[in-house]
Design a protein around this ligand. Structure first.
Ligand SMILES: [Fe+2]
Length: 308
């Protein structure tokens, strides 16, 4: 059974329980999300210097497009306003900021008609974030920045919530990924050779669920959900923001969604900061996730390499 809760007012504790059972939450735009979207729009529109970002891809070469959007990604993360706006969203959605940890938000663009599908415009294949070393307790928050259509949205593949698939996550190590793959994303214009964990079997991608919400609407789901980027055939580029949270209680107890097929090494938990004061997570909590101990370097995501 899959339920999409719309503008639910259940407590954060109940919401987390339901998310760990595979349910999805959708929220209408709120003052805090509209503020974040406006902030992102300002940055994007300034970078495109008067061109409409949704159709700018048709006015320039793909190399020129990449030259504009690649620097935007780290700029968005580094901007002094960005983290505070995320904290405001969590507050407005009744998360306890002492317990809730967030990572830096990512700005993504998915162009139409196969113009750019690799590197900085990577259209994600069906995956669980937990294949990429996310903890089973991770939540994903996703917001469109402009109006979207089903043809440029994100898809959930609900069959695989409860059904494990053969996949390459056992070959994925978070620290290796930080070291090699992210920095090179802007170079991947025509194809993408970065080693990412894929399913190693045929997937049944339909029926799939797509959610179309207004700019500043939020789709909230477990990082264990099988999801993918819809190949954009809408005729315009899609811009979105996503960020992740965890609750420290579930991180400590290593609980969350059931792990049915994720076996990467390393953990992304060192990227998370406490909602109240942006302090990092205690190392002894994180260390539980490092089977065989952490790597010596490249433990955290470097925003200046925020290409994916
Ligand atoms: Fe994802």
């Amino acid at each position: 059974m899959h339920t999409v809760y719309f503008d639910s007012t259940v407590s954060d504790d109940d919401r987390r329980k339901r998310l760990y059972e595979g349910q999805i939450f959708v929220f209408s735009p709120k003052p805090s999300t509209i503020a974040l979207v406006n902030h992102a729009r300002e940055m994007i529109e300034e970078a495109f210097k008067g061109l409409d970002p949704k159709t700018a891809q048709f006015e320039m070469s793909v190399e020129e497009y990449v030259a504009i959007v690649a620097p935007l990604k780290p700029q968005f993360i580094h901007h002094p306003k960005t983290k505070g706006l995320i904290q405001d969203i969590l507050r407005e959605l009744n998360c306890n900021l002492e317990e809730t940890y967030l990572d830096v938000p990512r700005l993504r663009m998915v162009t139409s008609d196969g113009y750019l599908t690799s590197g900085v415009g990577y259209a994600h294949h069906p995956h669980r974030d937990t294949w990429y070393s996310a903890p089973m307790s991770q939540f994903n928050w996703w917001l469109p920045i402009y109006d979207i259509e089903s043809e440029c949205s994100m898809a959930f593949h609900p069959r695989y919530w409860a059904e494990g698939v053969e996949n390459e996550s056992n070959e994925f190590n978070y620290y290796d990924w930080n070291k090699t793959s992210r920095a090179n994303a802007a170079q991947h214009i025509k194809s993408d050779t970065r080693k990412q964990p894929h399913a190693a079997q045929e997937l049944e991608l339909n029926p799939q669920v797509r959610i179309v919400c207004p700019p500043g609407g939020i789709v909230l789901f477990s990082g264990a959900q099988m999801h993918s980027t819809v190949p954009n055939t809408s005729g315009f580029s899609r811009y979105s923001i996503d960020f992740r949270t965890v609750n420290i209680n579930e991180v400590r107890t290593m609980s969350g969604a059931l792990n049915i097929d994720s076996s990467p090494t390393g953990t992304s938990l060192r990227d998370f900061m406490r909602g109240s004061d942006l302090s990092r997570m205690p190392e002894e909590v994180v260390a539980q996730y490092d089977v065989g101990g952490p790597a010596k370097e490249h433990l955290i995501f470097k925003p200046e390499l925020a290409q994916v």
